[in-house]
Write a protein that binds this ligand. Structure first.
Ligand code: NAD
Ligand code: ZN
Length: 442
C-alpha cells in the first residue's frame, strides 16, 4: 500500500472553490452576451486595470513591442517556434485522408478539414506566458486554419512585449490585449468589435478554463487545460535536489498547482522534502511555490514500480516526469497522463518552453480521456461515401430497407426501396415499406 509522507488539501475544499468560480463565470458570460463591448471594457478595467475602447493592437503597436526585445530574445523565440512548428508538421503528416472500398462498389472515406476560425488564449496574469502563443497559434496555422486570433491579458497594465512578439511571429491574424473570462467570452460570443470564432484553445487559470467549459457546445474547445499539475516518478537513480527542483519548477505556476512525488524510496522522499525547504528559501518566486506546495504538494512512497504505475494512472497528472531505472517501461505502460518527460536529461520546463511538444495539456484528471493540444485538435475528421455500381446500391438498399423497418422508419425504408427498384429491377410498391427477404444460410 502507498504511504503518504505529505498530503494535499482535500477534495471538498477544492470543490467549493470550483463552485464559486462556476458562478462568477456564468454571471460574467451573461453580461458579455447582453452588453458586448461595453461589458468587455468594464470587466477589463475591473480585473486588469486596463482601459481601452478597442483591444486590438495596431501594426504600429505590434512593431513597437518587437522593437523592445533584444536580438537574443527574438532568436530564442524563433528557435522555440521552429521546434513547435517542426513537430506539429511531423504530426500533421501522420494524419492521412482515407479512401477504402469496403465492399465491391462501396467506397467510404474520411478527410481532415481545418476549422475556419480559432481563438487562442495566451495566459499572462501572473507571468507573461509567451510560449502559449507558439503552442496554439503555430499549431493552428500548421493545421491550415484560416483565421487565427489571439488574446492575452495586459501585464502590469500594458501589453507584454514578449507575448505580443510571440503572437505576431507565430502568425496570428488579429492580436487583442484582453484577459480572463472577458477574452474567452468575447472570442466565443463575439462583440461589436470582435467577430466570433468557431473554436477556443489555450490554457489559463481556473476562470479561463471554466469559461471555456461553459462555452463548449456553442464553440468547440481543445480540452480542459486549467492550473498546472506535475508528478515526478523517481527511484534512487536520482537525488533529492533533482526531484525538488522539478517539483518547485512547476509549483511556481500558481498557488493551486499540485506537485506530487511518487517514489519507491523513503530515503529519496525525505531528502526531496528537505531540499524543497532549502530551495524555497532562495527561489525568487518562492512565495507562490511555497503556497502551492503547502496546500497541494504530496509525497507518496510506494512498495514497487507496479504500485507507482497504478498511483500515477489514478492521479492522471498533466505532466509526468519519470526518472527511474526503467523509464521506457513507464512510457509503454502508463495510460493516464498529459505529457511524459522521460529520463533525467529532459524535464517539464523543456516541454513548457522550447523542445517542440505542445504544452497545453489536460488537467483535473482530463488526461483520462484526452491528450494535449495538437494539430489534430484543429481538424475535423469528416467522412464521405459513394456507391459506384447498380448491384451494390441494390444490395445495400435491401439491407437498409429491412433495417429501417425494424426501427419503424417507413420513409427511410423508401429511400432504400427506390434504389432497389431502379438499380436492382425489383418491384416494391412505394409506401408499403416492403422488405425483400434474403435466404439466411444455416
Ligand atoms: N494546462 C496547461 O496546459 C497550462 C499551461 C500553461 C499554463 N497553465 C496555467 O495557466 C494559468 C495562468 O494563470 P494566470 O492567472 O497567470 O493568467 P490567466 O491569463 O489565465 O488569467 C488572468 C486573468 O484572470 C482574470 N481574473 C483574475 N482574477 C479574477 C477573478 N477573481 N474573477 C474573475 N476574473 C479574474 C483576469 O481578467 C486576468 O486577466 C496558471 O494557472 C497556469 O498553471 C496551464
Ligand atoms: Zn510549467
Amino acid at each position: 500500500m502507498p504511504v503518504w509522507l505529505k498530503r494535499g488539501k482535500d477534495v471538498e475544499e477544492r470543490a467549493e472553490a470550483d463552485r464559486q468560480v462556476r458562478a462568477t463565470v456564468e454571471a460574467i458570460l451573461g453580461d458579455i452576451e447582453k452588453r458586448g463591448d461595453a461589458a468587455i471594457i468594464e470587466l477589463s478595467q475591473k480585473f486588469d486595470k486596463w482601459e481601452r475602447s478597442d483591444f486590438r493592437l495596431s501594426q504600429r503597436e505590434i512593431d513597437d513591442c518587437l522593437a523592445q526585445l533584444t536580438d537574443q530574445d527574438l532568436h530564442d523565440i524563433e528557435f522555440a517556434q521552429t521546434q513547435v512548428r517542426n513537430f506539429a508538421q511531423a504530426q500533421r503528416a501522420t494524419m492521412t485522408d482515407l479512401t477504402v472500398e469496403t465492399l465491391p462498389g462501396v467506397t467510404l472515406g474520411h478527410k481532415h478539414v481545418p476549422i475556419n476560425a480559432v481563438g487562442c488564449y495566451v495566459p499572462g496574469g501572473k507571468y507573461p506566458l509567451l510560449a502559449s502563443a507558439h503552442m496554439s497559434v503555430i499549431t493552428a496555422k500548421v493545421a491550415g486554419c484560416e483565421r487565427v486570433i489571439t488574446c492575452a491579458p495586459p501585464f502590469g497594465a500594458k501589453p507584454a512585449p514578449a507575448v505580443v512578439a510571440a503572437q505576431a511571429m507565430a502568425g496570428a491574424d488579429e492580436i487583442y490585449v484582453l484577459g480572463g473570462i472577458q477574452a474567452i467570452g468575447a472570442m466565443a460570443i463575439g462583440t461589436e468589435s470582435i467577430d466570433p470564432v468557431d473554436m477556443l484553445v489555450g490554457p489559463g487559470n481556473a476562470f479561463v478554463a471554466e469559461a471555456k467549459r461553459q462555452l463548449f457546445g456553442r464553440v468547440g474547445i481543445d480540452l480542459f487545460a486549467g492550473p498546472t499539475e506535475t508528478l515526478v516518478i523517481a527511484d534512487e537513480t536520482v537525488d533529492g535536489e533533482m526531484c525538488a527542483t522539478d517539483l518547485l519548477g512547476q509549483a511556481e505556476h500558481g498557488p493551486t498547482t499540485p506537485a506530487i512525488l511518487l517514489t519507491t524510496s523513503e530515503k529519496l522522499a525525505r531528502e526531496t522534502m528537505a531540499e524543497i525547504e532549502r530551495l524555497l528559501e532562495i527561489l525568487p518566486t518562492g512565495e507562490i511555490a511555497r503556497k502551492s506546495w503547502a496546500d497541494f504538494g504530496e509525497v507518496i512512497v510506494c512498495e514497487s514500480y507496479d504500485e507507482m504505475l497504478v498511483e500515477a494512472d489514478r492521479i492522471a497528472s498533466e505532466h509526468v516526469q519519470v526518472m527511474t531505472d526503467r523509464d521506457m517501461w513507464f512510457r509503454d505502460n502508463l495510460t493516464n497522463y498529459g505529457a511524459l518527460f522521460l529520463g533525467p536529461r529532459t524535464n517539464v520546463a523543456y516541454g513548457d518552453k522550447v523542445i517542440g511538444t505542445n504544452h497545453t495539456l489536460p488537467t483535473m484528471k482530463a488526461a483520462r480521456y484526452t491528450g494535449g493540444l495538437w494539430v489534430g485538435k484543429f481538424m475535423k475528421t469528416c467522412t464521405w461515401q459513394t456507391v459506384t455500381t447498380d448491384a451494390a446500391s441494390a444490395m445495400i438498399g435491401e439491407y437498409g430497407s429491412r433495417l429501417s423497418m425494424l426501427e419503424g422508419f417507413v420513409g427511410h425504408a423508401e429511400q432504400a426501396n427506390v434504389r432497389v427498384r431502379r438499380y436492382g429491377g425489383r418491384n416494391i410498391p412505394y409506401g408499403t415499406g416492403a422488405t425483400p427477404r434474403i435466404e439466411v444460410a444455416q
